[in-house]
Design a protein around this ligand. Structure first.
Ligand SMILES: Cc1cc2nc3c(=O)[nH]c(=O)nc-3n(C[C@H](O)[C@H](O)[C@H](O)COP(=O)(O)OP(=O)(O)OC[C@H]3O[C@@H](n4cnc5c(N)ncnc54)[C@H](O)[C@@H]3O)c2cc1C
Length: 489
């Protein structure tokens, strides 16, 4: 649906003004909220810096805020190119939305539906204040391929708790039509657009990690175009390689710079295994959105009730810090954690390895890892991150028994980084070791360590725990909490 069309549902013609409240949907292409507003008359696009998210939120991340500021700058430029503006405000949307509506005589507010418990709570409050002021609102689809992943139900009418059957049904769900970006947007004058604040002004001076990702829809579309044309055909074979192969589109999908539906449609135009597997990965994101939406308690608790309060977690600040800083003595774990520290991102395979190491080698609570990821990841997304952590920790929706999901950091390195490209990049002190010793540098003799100019225990840590021993202890811990798993004895 393009600009200037009278929308059949609302029937509001040109002349009315509505607000588009951008949140984590920072794009103009295929955005139903914007398409409907622009098709109905004048539009005031706005974004609100909510102090509750920036100040005291559980998962605030300076790195993500920096990326978001870049996305907002790009969005503002794109809106200006279409004769419009992005109005920026700081405070609570409950009151600011009503103020803005009365300043431009807006009768309706449009936004894109989110799934996190906090955003739903906030939206209910905004809805109430808008209703009290006689202003309408519509929460649109656009964050996922399907309109509402949480409404995909099994034949019994219950939400899916296992991915594969969810995926089968998800494939069959009818998709909406793609929305064109408006060519021009008419925006009421006389409203102060507000300055885009700097990271420092938001209180995050010196706290953000750098990131290899250029922010915004413009960069996102270029990255997607290039990946779909070049990388996608080899995705099925190379997606598990940490030094390349996956799309690296997650920050753009997280911030809504790309429409997941548009991506899926573009995949459908291409043949081969790569597009099919990529689509399956997109569906994992939708599955976890459904899990969080239907079982909001997972934000704090294990999905599997038998593990709530029964799994024993150790508490050890030194071990936790060694993990966070990438100083565990296990090269693949350290490479991943250093990539996260420096770039605010990590490859999926390595996310699984480091998460398993935290919870099953160091026996530290998965919530510590979940929090650290959310603090650092530029793509940090509550649903996917929580789902990923619970999956690796074997306390979530996945039915595989815990003893089948214990990642061995050494064999994972041999399999997925056999030439050591990834480890040498992120752990440069190990770069001179042979491929064989790069996996277990502590086994290199003194002469070799001297030759490689890296003495284990001083230039690079010796392993902080023994993987085989910790694996045994982890099985004991899980068995004590869950009872003996069938097939283990
Ligand atoms: C412990 C843990 C924490 C995670 N935290 C996050 C997070 O905070 N945010 C996030 O977007 N992803 C998270 N993931 C999922 C996954 O690691 C990333 O989506 C992926 O690494 C992004 O890289 P990519 O864009 O190159 O992925 P690709 O392989 O190119 O996949 C394409 C897209 O599909 C989606 N996707 C792929 N795999 C998954 C998955 N397992 N779960 C959910 N979505 C997926 C992503 O949007 C991704 O960009 C986590 C996984 C684990 C194991």
């Amino acid at each position: 649906m393009g600009a200037g069309i009278i929308h059949p549902v609302t029937g509001r013609g040109n002349g009315e003004t509505s607000i588009v409240w951008f949140r984590r949907d920072l794009r103009l292409h295929d955005l139903p909220a914007l398409a409907e507003a622009a098709g109905s008359g004048n539009v005031l696009p706005c974004f609100i810096f909510d102090e509750r998210l920036l100040g005291g939120a559980r998962f605030v991340s300076p790195t993500r805020v920096r990326f978001m500021l870049g996305c907002l700058s790009d969005l503002r430029q794109s809106l200006q190119d279409r004769g419009s503006e992005l109005v920026l405000r700081r405070g609570s949307p409950e009151s600011l939305m009503v103020d803005l509506a009365s300043a431009c005589n807006a009768t309706h507010v449009h936004w894109t539906r989110d799934v996190s418990p906090w955003s739903l709570w906030r939206d209910r409050r905004v809805e109430t204040s808008l209703a009290d002021a006689g202003i309408g609102h519509t929460a649109h689809p656009g964050a996922y391929v399907v309109d509402d992943p949480g409404s995909i139900l099994s034949a019994k009418g219950t939400p899916y708790t296992v991915y594969s059957p969810f995926y089968k049904t998800w494939l069959e769900v009818e998709r909406r039509e793609l929305e064109d970006p408006p060519d021009a947007i008419t925006t009421p004058g006389g409203i102060d657009p507000g300055e885009l604040p700097s990271l420092e002004e938001l209180g995050f001076e010196g706290k953000a990690a750098g990131t290899a990702f250029e922010a915004g829809e413009t960069a996102a579309r270029e990255a997607a175009r290039s990946y779909l044309n070049v990388g996608l055909s080899g995705y099925a074979e190379s997606r598990n390689s940490p030094s390349g192969g996956s799309s690296r589109l997650s920050p753009y999908i997280r911030w809504g710079c790309l429409s997941p539906l548009e991506l899926e449609i573009k995949l459908g135009l291409r043949d081969g295994e790569g597009p099919r597997v990529f689509r399956r990965e997109l569906a994992w994101r939708e599955f976890y959105a459904s899990v969080l939406g239907n079982f909001p308690e997972v934000a704090a608790l294990e999905f599997q009730e038998r593990y709530r309060g029964t799994l024993e977690w150790h508490s050890d600040e030194k071990l936790l810090d060694a993990w966070k800083q990438g100083r565990t003595g296990y090269p693949l774990v350290d490479a991943g954690m250093r990539e996260l520290l420096r770039d605010g991102w990590m490859h999926n395979r390595v996310r699984m390895v480091v998460a398993s190491f935290l919870t099953k080698d160091l026996h530290l609570d998965w919530r510590e890892g979940e929090k650290w990821f959310m603090e650092r990841l530029v793509d940090g997304d509550m649903a996917s991150n929580n789902g990923g952590w619970q999956w690796v920790t074997s306390v979530g929706t996945d039915p595989a028994p815990y003893f089948q999901r214990m990642f061995n950091p050494m064999t994972q390195q041999e399999r997925f980084d056999p030439k050591g490209e990834y480890v040498r990049r992120w752990v440069p002190e190990l770069q001179h070791f042979s491929d064989e010793h790069l996996v277990r540098p502590w086994l290199a003799d003194d002469e070799e360590q001297e030759r490689c100019r890296c003495v284990i225990g001083s230039d690079y840590p010796a392993p902080i725990v023994d993987h085989a021993e910790e694996r045994r202890l982890a099985i004991e811990r899980y068995r004590a909490a869950a009872g003996p798993p069938a097939g283990l004895t």
